[in-house]
Design a protein around this ligand. Structure first.
Ligand SMILES: NC(=O)c1ccc[n+]([C@@H]2O[C@H](COP(=O)([O-])OP(=O)(O)OC[C@H]3O[C@@H](n4cnc5c(N)ncnc54)[C@H](OP(=O)(O)O)[C@@H]3O)[C@@H](O)[C@H]2O)c1
Length: 249
């Protein structure tokens, strides 16, 4: 809503927005916000038809338009399959990002491959496949999600693979920003802090509460409002933005 006039904002009217991991967590909140602002939203989910249908119903209830599909990302070639379901997006949000911990000295090749496939190879590939179409249309918005504390190079003892892939997204975003800026394409990264989602059990929620500087974990809406602001603003390009209450893990 436009707070001054009280009228509905339709800034993304006529735009096609693809949200990877749009059926749950942060991605769901962003998908809903895009639909409320007039975009036709391609809602991608992994495995749960129930969550997919629930999200499409929520979009319809808010007066928006959505098309949904499930496409688990488990091997290379997934980016092509996802775009076959929802081609030529004007807006691309890659929310899904698998999180797994393990001591650096215990990680094997399979672990590194799985984590980097979901958090770096897939987002990088789908950007390469989608950015040319955006540049042709002289409009594009790409938003990626980093991890907590991955806005710059740091060392991690239990999340080396995840955090390395997430930190590298900053390079991907800055490269896409340089590639597409003249044709109206922006690409940015949000690094969320500890955020409660429906995927967390009580142990994880209480960890989030205890570690959060404000005494409460972030909610998906806290992240989504920043995501929508970045997507609306052509002046933000190549940025890595932390939304984390200043947490230091
Ligand atoms: N939550 C946090 O505290 C936090 C903190 C820092 C960074 N982040 C980052 O923020 C982003 C969003 O995180 P999130 O916690 O909201 O949720 P998430 O678990 O990363 O994403 C959930 C979405 O991804 C889909 N999905 C699950 N497995 C999949 C697979 N193998 N292939 C394709 N899609 C799959 C889910 O569908 P189904 O429900 O059908 O499985 C759902 O739509 C991620 O990149 C994450 O790394 C999160």
């Amino acid at each position: 809503m436009d707070s001054e006039s009280g009228t509905k904002t339709t800034i993304f009217e006529g735009r096609r927005a693809l949200v990877i991991g749009g059926t749950g967590g942060i991605g769901r909140a962003v998908a809903l916000g895009l639909a409320e602002r007039g975009a036709l939203v391609g809602v991608h989910g992994g495995f749960s038809r129930e969550r997919l249908e629930g999200t499409l119903q929520a979009i319809a209830k808010a007066g928006g338009k959505g098309i949904g599909f499930l496409c688990p990302v488990e091997e290379t070639g997934a980016a092509e399959r996802v775009l076959a379901h929802f081609p030529e997006p004007d807006i691309l949000v890659c929310s899904w990002g698998p999180f797994r911990q393990g001591a650096l000295e215990d990680l094997d090749g399979e672990f590194w491959q799985k984590i980097t496939l979901g958090n770096l190879v897939f987002p990088g590939t789908i950007i390469s496949l989608a950015i040319r179409g955006m540049m042709k249309k002289n409009y594009g918005r790409i938003l990626l999600f980093g991890g907590t504390n991955t806005d710059t190079i740091r060392g991690f003892t239990t999340t080396a693979a995840y955090s390395a892939a997430k930190t590298a997204l900053g390079v991907v975003a800055k490269s896409a920003a340089r590639t597409g800026a003249k044709q109206g394409v922006t690409c940015n990264v949000i690094c969320p802090g500890l955020t409660d989602t429906e995927y967390l059990d009580e142990t994880a929620r209480s960890y989030n509460r205890e570690r959060s500087p404000c005494g409460r974990a972030l909610e998906t809406a806290d992240i989504a409002c920043t995501a929508l602001g970045i997507l609306e603003n052509p002046g933000i390009n190549g940025a890595v933005v932390s939304v984390d209450q200043g947490v230091v893990l």
